[in-house]
Design a binder for this molecule. Structure first.
Ligand code: NAP
Length: 299
């Protein structure tokens, strides 16, 4: 059986380390750090994500402010909202929940967040800092994965890593963080021939694809560490049963799985972050961490 990499335990450790920093920055600023969360429209999944982020703030003692314009907002109107937040002295960090409605230019919006208040590390200036290895807010999910590897003392330096997925929010920043930690990194994507072979060479596989159970036993070198970032909801009973999720399906009529086949990974991996309960809890923890870090810079 592989070692299970439990994101909830790592989250508690991140929160415990943040608490004294939060108290210190609060004393210095005379107010708690402030995170503004911009939620455009009524998308149920986005609303749930935002709710979870606001709860994370409340649990830790960060002041959150939800800005929730209607789904019909124009790019220009949204840029004005961001300008207000950029100039608001009680706001240290700003997060714009993606995706935005079609009529809004997402790139313009992300570029309009002040780099010094960029809670997600998505501003091009902060992406540049990441590429150059300079301090700046990092994309939350990849940064959380690095914390997980550190917590469980999984060596990265000198190891081979395969990152499957090259999105701006997960795959690319993940590859850069692993590279900075001295891994030899292969980035795979939908046009990669022989994906299984590429993955099989790796000591560490990070799967950020969004395709349920695509990574099967033949992708995984015996003893490798497998980090599963994907989250997919499956509604087919036979598939749920095949992936060992019969009970969850029977109770809820659907089951959540990652990009890694959960039955296979148990047979070959040395360590494995499951879905749910692996990477998921770390994303919000790192959002809190980025918010405290930005507040420290404003103090
Ligand atoms: P995305 O933007 O859709 O990117 C998916 C990546 O996977 C793309 O680079 C794509 O390649 C690649 N890909 C697709 N099919 C492939 C295949 N058959 N073989 C190899 N590569 C393939 O997704 P994302 O935003 O990075 O998210 C990835 C997953 O992580 C999703 O399931 C998402 O829900 C989950 N997620 C989890 C968290 C968390 O906190 N746990 C946070 C964010 C996202 P191309 O570039 O060639 O198209």
């Amino acid at each position: 059986m592989p070692q299970i990499l439990d994101g909830k335990i790592v989250r508690e450790e991140i929160f415990a380390n943040l608490k004294p920093r939060l108290a210190a920055v609060q004393a210095k600023l005379g107010r708690p750090p402030g995170l503004a969360v911009v939620l455009v429209g009524e998308d149920p999944a986005s609303k749930q994500y935002v709710q979870n982020k606001i709860k994370g703030c409340a649990d830790l003692g960060i002041c959150s402010r939800k800005v929730a314009p209607a789904a019909t907002i124009s790019t220009e109107q949204l840029l004005k909202e961001l300008d207000k937040l950029n100039h608001d002295p009680a706001i240290d960090a700003i997060l714009v929940q993606m995706p935005l409605p079609k009529q809004v230019d997402s790139r313009k919006v992300l570029e309009a967040v002040a780099p010094g208040k960029d809670a997600d590390g998505f501003h091009p200036l902060n992406v540049g800092h990441l590429v150059a290895g300079r301090p700046a807010p990092r994309a939350c999910t990849p940064a959380g994965i690095m914390e997980m590897l550190k917590y469980y003392r999984i060596a990265v330096d000198g190891r081979k890593a395969a990152v499957v997925g090259r999105s701006d929010i997960i795959g690319k920043p993940m590859a850069l963080l692993l590279l900075q930690a001295n891994a030899t990194v292969t980035v795979c994507h939908s046009r990669t021939p022989n994906l299984a072979e590429e993955c099989h060479r790796a000591d560490i596989i990070v799967a950020a694809i969004g395709k349920p159970a695509l990574i099967t036993a033949d992708f995984i070198r015996r003893g490798a560490t497998v980090i599963d970032v994907g989250t997919s909801r499956i509604t087919d009973r036979a598939e749920a049963e095949r992936l060992g999720r019969a009970n969850e399906f029977a109770q809820k009529g659907a089951a959540w799985v990652g990009d890694v086949n959960p039955v296979d990974v148990e047979k070959v991996a040395g360590a494995y972050s499951p879905v749910p309960g692996g990477v998921g809890p770390l994303t919000i923890a790192m959002l809190m961490s980025n918010t405290v870090q930005l507040a420290e810079q404003h103090g």
